[in-house]
Design a binder for this molecule. Sequence first.
Ligand code: COS
Length: 381
Amino acid sequence: MTPSGETFDIFLERVRNLVTDWLRPAEAQVEEQDEVPEHLVDRMRNLGLFGLSIPTEYGGLDFNMEQEARILFEMGRTSPSFRATFGTNVGIGSQGIILAGTDQQKAYWLPKIACGEILTSFALTEAEAGSDPGNVQTRAVREGDGYRLNGTKIYITNADKAELFTVMARTSDAPGARGISAFLVPRDLPGVRVGMPEKKMGQRGTAIADIHFEDALVPAANLLGEEGQGFKIAMRILDRSRLHIAALCVGISERLIADSVAHAANRHQFGKPLAEHQMIQAMIADCKTETLAARALVLETARQRDAGTDVTLESSAAKLFASEMVGRVADRAVQIYGGAGYVAGPGIERFYRDVRPLRIYEGTSQIQQIVIARETVKRGG
Ligand code: COS
């Protein structure tokens, strides 16, 4: 039940309608203007999407991971930039507070995050630390009742608009992961500067930008958890967000299959619809089979997580499989559409570009393979 007494199924129906009636018709506009229109952000906000994972006592909907995955399946059926508007608030920008925040930090920040009053970002990546977060060079040096923060983060999603950053910074010379701490850094703190959004391959409408910390004095009360726990906090945030991204991949794949099938039914070659040509059918069959497998893996992992099981391995497996899978599906969709898949009109080439970073952010496919292999060895099979 949502706080307004709706069942989850009714909520899901409302998400589906939002996607069909409002978001899909605006896809070309978002692409052209590189911006999600504010009235559509308002619709997502009013539905409660910014706080779907946040406990109800802080104004969120407190949906579990399986419910979140089902919402992502629906959101995947449109431009991933819509999902990105609230994705950081639901996951990487808020989960540090939920996992390790003090009562005061939770009470102060979570209500603003849940209702979408503020946007949040997760600031881990640096020039020499992306896949290797143990090498974070941003420094937080203890000074009086705070920390002096210096360093630069790069490629930070939603940094252009976010008002709160979860920042990983080095607080000691302890080797690798052990010297890293997590901080809540408000954007308006003197010494915090956000760079210009990057020009990028896809996902227009979502900005990624640098954040520069130049002698920013962060109050000690903004430390998340204890000193030296930042790496583990980041890993736990990513464990969760990898599953969130995997669910998004499934939704996008389902959209691409629906579009491809519609196109294949309507376009005729050699006197019959494309859908009746066996080589096209083989591509449709592969897309569908892999998507069903990814969907099942995501849902099963989400259920296990909701039951309290450690799903580090399974989240990485879901992210690896689903993000690689949606890349193949987008490639086949272009192939099924032929020339129409290469030109801008039907939006297939846009998805082809939009799905590419899914194999990179929240951990590359190669990082997921490392996690899966290590965990498998640890578990003995
Ligand atoms: N949950 C909780 N703790 C974890 C963890 C997890 N998922 N993964 C690792 N840890 C802990 C380890 O147990 C270890 O603790 P101890 O020092 O107490 O033994 C500590 O963290 C360091 O772990 P490890 O030695 O395995 O760290 P590595 O530097 O070898 O890195 C990987 C491990 C590769 C898994 C990690 O660096 C990673 O996930 N990298 C990708 C990061 C990423 O996704 N970046 C994308 C940009 S952010 S959008």
